[in-house]
Design a protein around this ligand. Structure first.
Ligand SMILES: *Cc1c(COP(=O)(O)O)cnc(C)c1O
Length: 510
């Protein structure tokens, strides 16, 4: 199977090249030339499999330049019981430990946070490094890959866990000293592994991000790296190797609902996805395109509701205020993966995609024609949740069902409710749950009324974990409980200008 660029169909490569390159040289994103289809028989077979076999089945359809043995080994390693200990059980529709579906009242929650960092990004970032390392071998390139990431929180830790000790790779994560929560910082600076490096950068996320971008385009530095055998790459969600593993859990959730007797085989379900960069929900669009019986995909945003406006009105306009919310992983104004959806609904018209992206870069906005908007609305429905509504959702789900959710999941709960209230659609909604609530203790405590009053002393991040446990009795997940005894390996702050030197130093080590 070949992959083509959304900005130039003539740019055509095999899967391992698409994964190695991440972004196409013309700035476009790689998409499969054809999408494999799942028929009724396939779905029946998938329903009888466990999660790891479902991964093997779906990945094999897309990665025909990888052997069955390779894919099999990657799936077993990436989603092994040591990385995904068994989930809690009680409310689960099926015991799929890596991505269980829980039934809470009349709602289904697809829990994607049972991995090593307690956020959904593990689902993809446990697989990507294995694909990347094997892609290097296939390409015959001699250089190794140095992953460079700027993070506002969840991505950095998930990438570190995914890449640690993976052959022919090193990973460096830069995070803003003033821009991540205490727990998120602690998760990163205590990272183990022989090929990892973590550094705080003075300033906010934009400082760290622009520093990383400058390194990627610094030709002299890249030549120096090349001379000592290293090529820079990124782990962000535009890489096909990150998107593909995400298709699997939508198929898996569907199969679990069928196996658990919750729906008839072939009956549709909706998924409601808390969305930032449009990666997670795009994987659901692709599962639907493959033939999974999906009704509507509900795109849930926070106050940064640019996607809500786009899906309702057909105008993508970045000229707006940016809000810092309690669901920070969705605080995004440019959702990169939207370009892949556009390519699809524009009938794979690469010239049209190119011109919209040019407009976006030059004027910060673009508008799509009514007919294209109509096609998007066939697939997607969108709304957003205000900060108060998000807190209210956490409180309500907790008080009514004793089920604790994080702020990102709460955004989806709110928007799922709005969808049901405004449409007559009685199709079951599956709410995609993207983080464990213990990753966002402060906001969750605040929402359920367990936060210490303003007159009390400041609680540290670690103390808030215990407090949330005292108030709710919900078990603390292993990787978060472990933070209490963690050893800090990476300390200090550097300025943005010191980042290139820092990269060269690390590349020279080992
Ligand atoms: C990254 C993230 C999201 C957004 O996912 P996208 O693929 O960027 O749309 C939502 N919730 C959490 C907890 C995340 O870490």
């Amino acid at each position: 199977m070949y992959y083509i660029s959304t900005r130039n169909r003539a740019m055509r490569v095999r899967a391992h090249e698409a994964i190695l390159q991440g972004l196409a040289p013309d700035g476009g994103l790689f998409v499969p030339e054809r999408f494999p289809e799942l028929d009724t028989e396939d779905l029946k077979r998938l329903c009888a499999m466990d999660f790891v076999d479902r991964v093997r089945f779906i990945l094999s359809l897309y990665l025909d330049d990888f052997s069955a043995d390779e894919i099999s080994g990657f799936a077993a390693d990436a989603y092994s019981p040591s990385k995904f200990p068994a989930a809690n059980g009680e409310r689960e529709v099926a015991p799929t430990r890596q991505a269980p579906v829980s039934k809470v009242g009349n709602e289904y929650f697809l829990e994607l946070w049972h991995g090593p960092t307690c956020a959904f990004k593990d689902m993809a970032l446990q697989m990507l490094p294995r694909l990347l390392s094997a892609s290097l071998e296939k390409s015959g390139r001699r250089s190794n890959v140095l992953i460079l990431t700027a993070t506002s929180g969840d991505t950095g830790k998930a990438a570190l866990e995914g890449f640690k000790d993976v052959e022919r790779t090193k990973i460096m994560v830069f995070y803003p000293a003033q821009g991540v929560s205490e727990i998120q910082a602690l998760q990163m600076i205590s990272q183990d592994g022989g090929n990892v490096f973590v550094q705080a950068v003075k300033g906010n996320f934009d400082d760290a991000q622009s520093g990383v971008k400058r390194i990627f385009t610094d030709t002299r530095l890249n030549a120096e790296l090349d001379a000592i055998g290293w090529t820079l790459s990124s782990a962000n969600s535009i890489n096909w190797g990150r998107l593909l593993p995400q298709i699997v859990y939508y198929v898996s959730a569907y199969c679990d609902l069928v196996s658990g007797g919750e729906i008839e085989p072939g009956a549709p379900v909706n998924f409601c996805v808390p969305t930032g960069n449009f990666g997670n929900i795009l994987a659901a669009c692709y599962a639907r395109k493959m033939g999974l019986p999906v009704g509507k995909l509900i795109c849930a945003s926070n106050d940064n509701n640019i996607l809500t406006n786009f899906i309702r009105e057909g105008v993508y306009d970045t000229k707006r205020d940016f809000y810092c919310t309690i669901s920070p992983s969705m605080d995004i104004l440019i959702s990169s993966n939207l370009e892949r959806l556009l390519f699809d609904v524009l009938g794979e018209d690469d010239a049209a995609v190119r011109s919209y992206m040019k407009e976006l870069a030059e004027s910060g906005a673009y508008r799509i024609p009514e007919s294209v908007l109509h096609d998007i609305q066939e697939i997607l429905w969108a709304d957003f949740s205000t900060e108060e509504e998000t807190r209210e959702s956490i409180r309500q789900v907790w008080s009514q069902h004793g089920y604790l959710i994080d702020p990102h999941t709460a955004v989806a709960v709110n928007v799922s409710g709005k969808y049901k209230a405004r449409t007559n659609d009685s199709t079951p909604n599956v709410i995609v749950s993207t983080a464990n609530p213990y990753k966002f203790c402060e906001a969750v405590l605040d929402a359920i009324g367990g936060k210490p009053g303003p007159e009390s002393r400041n609680y540290s991040g670690i103390e808030l974990i215990d407090l949330l446990h005292e108030v709710t009795g919900v078990p603390i997940p292993g990787p978060i409980a472990m933070l209490k005894n963690s050893r800090v390996r990476f300390s200090g702050e550097i300025s943005k200008d010191e980042m290139p030197e820092c990269v060269m130093d690390f590349a020279h080590k080992m």
